[in-house]
Design a protein around this ligand. Structure first.
Ligand code: AMP
Length: 313
């Protein structure tokens, strides 16, 4: 499968199941692929002109069932689902991480076609950053400086920049983000609140493997034993959930961090219990809070994994 510049390609994968609520011809499993902003805009303007609603799912590719769950949700909520694949250089603060980020476009296209996604937008860096890689400079306060913001300086400015650019190009009715990137969801909610009030943000649950590991494009960089060790991350999160309301927060943190640390190769960057909206760290006895979010980033070898869980009484 090839992608051509400036050409729209229809990928046909015949015979796939089509959801009953979709008003589409049987066997029409086609993804229209755009590489340029102008062509995408022309197409979307036509669709909007005929009254269609747009759902947008931004991704960095190396798609898995977590991404597909967002596509599926968008398909049920809007008329046209647009998925973007763009490995955004301005949100990486580590050039090796950017270089090693998995890129599996051919497989991604097959998955999108099988999921009945309508449109794939797969622009180049130059298309998205024609004036150089300039980042957001607006202050978003502590939601961009805590946790991921602290450990990956500038990360959220890159996220804000690229998400704004996509929103301006596509102007969707709804956009779908995964809870897997909890802090990112809070930042996008604030971006929408400030600048894109007409767009509805839908935050969808984290899709996990049966063994509990949150699906992530970065999991493909883990070897067999690392994959096994990484299970301690979700174990620690679920430990907090199961014991919420019964212990002091410090004791919960101590025990949960131990679960992760006792798996030999895992190195915790942070593991914290916070307020669901402000992300302020919580303290005292857990029974004084109805709910909270547990956020964590852990190195498994040289692969950085993030996960989170909402806990409640
Ligand atoms: P990424 O390609 O990692 O930038 O992710 C694109 C979107 O997919 C983001 O909104 C993520 O939060 C979401 N996502 C990634 N992994 C999962 C998962 N396991 N479950 C649900 N959503 C996910």
């Amino acid at each position: 499968m090839q992608i051509y510049d400036n050409v729209n390609i229809l990928i046909n994968i015949g015979g796939k199941k089509i959801s009953k609520n979709r008003q589409r011809a049987v066997n029409q499993t086609q993804v229209i692929v755009f590489k340029t902003i102008n062509e995408l805009k022309n197409y979307l303007n036509d669709q909007k002109g005929s009254g269609k609603t747009l759902g947008f799912v931004p991704t960095m590719g190396a798609l898995h069932q977590g991404h597909i769950s967002l596509i599926q949700k968008s398909l049920t909520q809007t008329d046209i689902t647009i998925c973007s694949i763009f490995v955004n250089p301005t949100q990486f603060n580590n050039s090796i991480d950017l270089e090693k980020y998995p890129r599996t476009t051919a497989e991604d296209m097959k998955l999108l076609a099988a999921a009945n996604c309508d449109v794939l937008f797969i622009p180049s860096v130059l298309e998205m950053y024609p004036n150089g890689q300039i980042k957001n400079t607006e202050d978003y306060g502590s939601i961009t400086t805590l946790f991921e913001g602290e450990k990956r300086p500038g990360h959220f400015d890159g996220v804000i920049t690229i998400v704004s650019r996509f929103f301006e190009i596509i102007n969707p009715n709804q956009t779908f983000f995964g809870q897997k990137d909890y802090q990112q969801c809070m930042v996008v909610a604030e971006l929408i609140n400030r600048h894109f009030k007409t767009i509805k943000l839908c935050i969808e649950p984290t899709v996990r493997q049966n063994d509990g590991l949150a699906m992530s494009s970065r999991n493909s960089r883990l070897n067999k034993s690392e994959l096994l060790e990484a299970l301690a991350i979700s174990k620690a999160l679920f430990y907090v959930k199961e014991n919420w309301g019964s212990y002091e927060i410090n004791d919960l943190l101590h025990e949960a961090r131990n679960i992760i640390q006792s798996a030999g190769i895992l190195k915790i960057e942070y593991f914290e219990i916070c307020h669901k909206i402000t992300l302020e760290r919580l303290s005292g006895h857990s029974n004084q809070y109805d709910d909270a979010v547990v956020v964590t980033a852990v190195f498994c070898g040289d692969v950085r994994l993030i996960d989170n869980l909402i806990v409640y009484k």
